[in-house]
Design a protein around this ligand. Structure first.
Ligand SMILES: Cc1ncc(C[n+]2csc(CCOP(=O)(O)OP(=O)(O)O)c2C)c(N)n1
Ligand SMILES: [Mg+2]
Length: 345
């Protein structure tokens, strides 16, 4: 069923999703050329969560982000040229080139990100406390992965936000993985119930459908604005580019032959060498590696692309126009940023 434009601003939401996807694909190309140094974590797969939540924010609201910060920053309206230049380590970047892709701050947008897993929650808590204390009417949103739910500081933040009825929305992007660990193997119970047990109302949402995220986020942000305290959204979404660009687990599927040739010899050596562990436990470890790779392969096969799922909410011609506009905008901004860099060199 198509949503009516009055109910959910589907076109605008999809535009933000496309802008984020195009932008991150451009970043991936720069990274592959060696122009961005270090690890690069993308939020490809998280676009619907970012667009659906950020759409409810006003001036004076804060967003606190994790290592996949690009989609929410793009949706919040942070200047794309400043973002590209930041990733390139350029002095004209958003943080003068000191932050890279993980440690960013925009005073204008009250937006910050950190690579310390779980830290977006206490940061959001601080913004929410300031907003309550200063009576600004602002809300704060913290985005983090399900892996961060096992961090003490995040649970402490949930607790304090509930105890002090702070205007904080906690958005957990559940992609089921924390680097190479399947989260369910290290996480007890149910995350929505875990939030509720600390007095924070929680909703689950399909994080590949931007209309559903938008509705759930409206509930959460309105609650916060009315002074009714924090809430927790558990959004399920895929991790389409692995943990980081060039993820070796993903390469097994994208370049099977090359990877088998690279990985098999050291694995075999570790199996046959005479280390301190018993052969049975070495075989068990290899089995675990195989099972982890199998689970990843299955997910890659079955997982939906949020752009596909949410794009279907639009008429095909409108969808094509939005995609083309986003592609052109990003291309121009990235080109302009590169020109600025070259012209100074
Ligand atoms: C406090 C802390 N511990 C460990 C790490 C290393 N680390 C970086 S990303 C990551 C996985 C995080 O998983 P999740 O929160 O689910 O986010 P995802 O990468 O799946 O989006 C870990 C453990 C870190 N950056 N910070
Ligand atoms: Mg995760």
């Amino acid at each position: 069923m198509r949503m009516s434009a009055e109910t959910v601003p589907v076109e605008e939401l999809y535009r933000q999703m496309c802008r984020a996807r195009e932008f991150e694909m451009a970043l991936a190309r720069l990274w592959e050329k060696g122009l961005i140094s270090g690890e690069m974590h993308l939020g490809i797969g998280e676009e619907a969560v970012a667009a659906g939540v950020v759409a409810h924010l006003r001036e004076g609201d804060a967003i606190c982000l994790d290592h996949r910060s690009t989609p929410p920053l793009v949706a919040r309206g942070v200047d794309l040229e400043a973002l590209v230049l930041e990733m390139l380590g350029d002095p004209e970047g958003l943080c003068c080139g000191w932050g890279g892709h993980m440690h960013l701050f925009s005073r204008e947008h009250l937006a910050c990100s950190s690579g310390i897993v779980g830290s977006s929650a206490p940061l959001g808590l601080g913004f929410a406390l300031a907003s309550q204390y200063l009576e600004t009417g602002g809300v704060a949103v913290a985005f983090f992965g399900e892996g961060a739910m096992n961090q003490g500081m995040l649970l402490e933040s949930l607790n304090l936000a509930a105890a002090w009825r702070l205007p904080l929305v906690l958005v957990c992007k559940d992609n089921r993985w924390a680097i190479t660990t399947r989260s369910r193997t290290v996480t007890a119970g149910n995350l929505a119930r875990r939030a509720r047990s600390l007095g924070v109302p929680a909703r689950r949402v399909d994080g590949t459908r931007v209309d559903r995220v938008w509705r759930a986020a409206r509930w959460a942000v309105e609650r916060a604005r009315r002074g009714r305290g924090p809430s927790f959204l558990l959004a399920h979404c895929p991790r389409r580019e692995g943990h980081f660009l060039g993820d070796p687990m993903l390469r097994v599927y994208r370049d099977p032959l090359g990877q088998v040739l690279e990985i098999a010899p050291p694995l075999l050596r570790s199996l046959l060498a005479r280390p301190l562990s018993r052969l049975a436990s070495r075989v068990r470890c290899l089995g675990q590696i195989g099972a982890t790779l199998g689970a990843l392969g299955l997910e890659l096969l079955l997982e939906a692309d949020p752009l596909e799922r949410s794009g279907r909410l639009l008429e095909p011609s409108m969808r094509a126009r939005v995609e083309e506009e986003a592609r052109r905008e990003v291309e121009e901004k990235v080109m302009r940023a590169m020109e600025r860099r070259v012209s100074r060199a």
